[in-house]
Design a protein around this ligand. Structure first.
Ligand code: FES
Ligand code: FES
Length: 162
């Protein structure tokens, strides 16, 4: 058994100190150490995007990221997107309004990736959204609705920040 290491990450605005096996991924640390179960494990090999979270504002695949690599970092998972008063993030709301999911398993990863895609300025057209969301697979084939949701959210967020 390998030695445990101490680390602290800021998750959804709260500091979380933990003692952890250095081989544990961020994807496994979220439910096992922080009781956050919203981030999904699909392939566990970097191929499906279901496990996408934000680390210091950038999207990362948490199955390919060690928890130790997030020491001192700001991690945002799907649980951290809503406002303090419980209001859905515009991307979450637009996914609901556009029926952008069926089974919902890929949805937390799609939404986290979409938040970053919009922030990166890569939601200008259907093709651009398709390209920059291509790391997030949906086995239910909800892609047309996902694109509509992202377009609507991008437009609303641009209006809000204007
Ligand atoms: S679970 Fe991480 S990319 Fe599939
Ligand atoms: S909604 Fe089922 S995998 Fe995307």
């Amino acid at each position: 058994m390998s030695e445990r290491i101490s680390l602290t990450m800021q998750v959804n605005g709260q500091p979380y100190p933990m003692e952890i096996d250095p081989r544990v991924t961020l994807l496994d640390a979220l439910p096992e150490h922080l009781n956050l179960t919203g981030t999904k494990k699909g392939c566990d090999q970097g191929q499906c995007g279901a496990c996408t979270v934000l680390v210091n504002g950038q999207r990362v695949l948490s199955c390919l990221t060690l928890a130790a690599q997030a020491d001192g970092a700001e991690v945002t998972s799907i649980e951290g997107l809503q406002s303090a008063s419980g209001e859905l993030h515009p991307v979450q709301r637009c996914f609901v309004e556009n029926d952008a999911f069926q089974c919902g398993y890929c949805t937390p990863g799609q939404i986290m990736s979409a938040v970053a895609c919009i922030k990166e300025g890569h939601a200008g057209s259907d093709d651009e959204i398709r390209e920059y969301m291509s790391g997030n697979l949906c086995r239910c084939g909800a892609y047309p609705h996902i694109i509509d949701a992202i377009k609507q959210a991008a437009a609303e967020m641009a209006k809000e920040s204007a």
